[in-house]
Design a protein around this ligand. Structure first.
Ligand code: SF4
Ligand code: SF4
Length: 375
């Protein structure tokens, strides 16, 4: 079939209603020269061993879609099982950015109505309830009525709590806000999901509505700086929100205020897991290490910083492919050095996935370590 025919319809001239819209950056797709370097680093390929779940396989499938393959459910196991960890992009000698291409392809598939049930459930939870879990209780349920009534209505600084800390780890939210309140930080009156789950799984238009809601809330408070303790919220607020916001991760904020925090030394040895969306995607490597080393001894994992292996939780994979997701977490636990008291990380999704993998060493969020050093 000629390219023009592919663009306009099928060989009989009929328009294929499911034809993939041509909104994926072709240059980005064609940068992939199929060298296979990414084969040795893709954590999903490492876990499942299918060529179609390897970065190179995903890029080939996307290329075939651009060249006329009708979008169908057949491509979902490949394209929906990428955690968007980004290690392939970091290693690609040709400068391709596969997670960006995968996200763009997912968005086009959504437009064609090709989605998984897990993706649809996630979207509907965020759109209906404002959070990725479909929770109906108030997002600030972890604060008492009195605490809520005393929240400053205006502040230059806002703590963006995120769905995970609001509903799965309210104890992290309480500890984080307890520290941040000392610095005059407030909460949004009506925070909703940051839109990361929608963006990573391809629901771009729905994501825009949620982002607009949060932006209106930020304007209402008059905040110029957003602090967040979730790696997914961090990268989304920083890189996907349409307006320039100053976004700081909790480890960066803590590292900047170490003196004021007056932390005591603890007789502990811990290791640190770099969340992909904080580390590789945004290069926040030093701040969490600075905070940890102000408190106790840090013993590094086997693969760190740019080489850190994914916990398996991102990109909608935890919900869509729980077995693969857990396998990745189990693989990551193999990188933990011997004789450490805790595995520390800076993302609640990493905490959850690594905890679910069931290792012997307790996984904690960095705020828990800091809270121990404050008490
Ligand atoms: S994405 Fe990059 S590393 Fe992977 S096959 Fe293509 S060119 Fe090679
Ligand atoms: S982003 Fe991670 S999971 Fe996705 S293709 Fe690249 S290496 Fe594999």
């Amino acid at each position: 079939m000629k390219n023009e025919e592919r663009k306009n319809g099928n060989e009989t001239g009929e328009k294929n209603s499911k034809e993939l819209p041509f909104e994926i950056d072709r240059r980005s797709v064609y940068k992939c020269v199929q060298c296979g370097t990414c084969r040795s680093v893709c954590p999903v390929f490492d876990a499942v061993g299918w060529e179609s779940a390897n970065t190179r396989g995903r890029m080939l499938i996307i290329k075939s879609l651009l060249e006329g393959r009708p979008p169908s459910e057949d491509v979902l196991p490949s394209l929906a099982s990428c955690t968007t960890c980004g290690i392939c992009a970091a290693k690609c000698p040709a400068g391709a950015n596969p997670p960006e291409v995968v996200e763009a392809a997912r968005a086009q598939l959504v437009k064609c109505g090709v989605t998984t049930e897990a993706q649809e459930n996630l979207k509907s939870a965020v759109i209906t309830y404002g959070n990725s879990f479909g929770e109906t209780k108030d997002r600030k349920h972890w604060l008492s009525e009195t605490e809520r009534s005393k929240l400053p209505e205006k502040s230059g600084y806002v703590y963006f709590v995120g769905c995970f800390d609001s509903y799965r780890y309210p104890e992290f939210a309480k500890k984080t806000f307890g520290i941040l309140q000392r610095f005059g930080v407030t909460l949004l009156p009506d925070e909703q999901c940051c839109a990361s789950p929608l963006l990573r799984t391809g629901f771009k238009e729905d994501a825009e509505k949620v982002m607009k809601h949060n932006l209106d809330q930020i304007k209402k408070v008059g905040a110029h700086t957003i602090i967040t303790s979730c790696a997914g919220c961090y990268t989304t607020l920083k890189n996907n929100y349409p307006e320039e916001l100053r976004v700081i991760s909790l480890p960066e904020f803590l590292a900047e205020h170490l003196e004021e925090l007056n932390l005591k030394k603890l007789d502990l040895t811990v290791t640190y897991h770099d969340p992909c969306h904080l580390g590789r995607h945004n290069k926040v490597y030093d701040a969490p290490r600075k905070v940890i080393q102000a408190i106790c001894t840090l013993k590094e994992m086997k693969n760190i910083k740019e080489n850190a292996r994914c916990c398996g939780g991102g990109g909608g994979v935890r919900i869509g492919y729980p077995d693969i997701s857990l396998e990745l977490a189990r693989n990551r636990l193999q990188d933990v050095p011997e004789s450490v008291d805790y595995i520390v990380t800076s993302c609640p999704l990493c905490v959850r996935n690594l905890r679910d993998a069931g290792g012997d060493i307790e996984v904690i969020d960095i705020v828990e370590l800091v809270a121990m050093a404050i008490e």
